[in-house]
Design a protein around this ligand. Structure first.
Ligand SMILES: *[C@@H]1O[C@H](CO)[C@@H](O)[C@H](O)[C@H]1NC(C)=O
Ligand SMILES: *[C@@H]1O[C@H](CO)[C@@H](O)[C@H](O)[C@H]1NC(C)=O
Ligand SMILES: *[C@@H]1O[C@H](CO)[C@@H](O)[C@H](O)[C@H]1NC(C)=O
Length: 237
């Protein structure tokens, strides 16, 4: 009897683990993700592969992972995108939580400063089927400066379920004008630890999706030093 209960508990907890996966980038490749088409670990990095790369960074109660989830990618070829280009990004969707609000941001300094380049409020990913690869376009601003070490960050607050924050980062190269600046707003990190802004469940809050917090994001201008694209395989981080 005892062993039957133990088996049931083990089965239940693996179910919980499975349902904890939600959404991440699949293309461009998320840092340390488990995807065969992405940069792979070297012989001493296999234990760093994140098989739970779709899970949130935490809830409004507790932060479990830093922004981006991971601070580096495995060595490999970074995709080169052109300023003004629309990337047909692929999201690895497990469950969509009835959508939510997405922000996309760029960092040219390894995550110290972020500039939002695109928003999709309220309905972002709402029509993404469960267990699918879902295409979500991202437009790189036409005036984005050239950068060999650019981080593209997808940030998401879900409409339903635990009050969570998601973030998935890809290391990319941008070909634009060499040296310049980029202006926008600083991303909102809501539902990310007790001191962060709280966005309630949209469906049970009369439709409050955190609009005031998004509207209050601060402006930022970042300046990027002149540089040439290095067209080789780069262990960037
Ligand atoms: C794997 O890559 C890491 C990070 O670049 C490096 O520190 C380590 O020495 C490499 N290990 C092997 C076995 O190549
Ligand atoms: C932020 O930038 C926007 C658009 O450029 C501008 O309309 C707004 O006044 C700026 N806000 C502040 C507080 O400077
Ligand atoms: C980026 O920052 C992380 C820590 O957040 C650090 O481990 C990594 O070495 C940095 N990479 C570069 C290229 O500075």
């Amino acid at each position: 009897m005892k062993s039957i209960i133990t088996t049931a508990v083990v089965a239940l907890s693996s179910l919980v683990l499975l349902t904890e996966a939600h959404i991440s980038f699949r293309y461009p490749c998320p840092r340390l993700g488990p995807y065969a088409e992405c940069p792979q670990p070297n012989d001493s990095q296999w234990d760093l592969v994140d098989y739970d790369v779709q899970s949130p960074l935490g809830t409004h109660d507790q932060i479990t992972d830093p922004i981006c989830k991971h601070s580096f990618s495995f060595a490999g070829v970074r995709p080169v995108f052109t300023a003004g280009q629309t990337i047909q990004a692929k999201m690895d969707v497990n469950v969509n939580h009835n959508g939510g609000s997405c922000q996309w941001a760029l960092s040219y300094d390894n995550g110290s400063n972020w500039v939002v380049i695109q928003d999709q409020f309220q309905n972002c990913l709402a029509s993404a089927p469960a267990d699918s690869t879902y295409t979500l376009p991202i437009k790189i601003p036409a005036n984005a400066p050239t950068g060999n070490n650019v981080v593209l960050n997808w940030i998401w607050n879900n409409n339903e379920g635990n009050r969570e924050l998601y973030s998935s980062c890809a290391d990319i190269v941008i070909q634009g004008t060499s040296g310049g600046s980029l202006s926008g707003v600083v991303p909102l990190y809501a539902n990310y630890g007790p001191s962060s802004p709280y966005i309630p469940e949209k469906a049970v809050s009369g439709g409050n999706w955190g609009q005031a917090y998004f509207a209050a994001r601060k402006n930022i201008t970042i300046t990027v030093p002149a540089q040439k694209i290095k067209r080789q395989i780069v262990p960037l981080n």
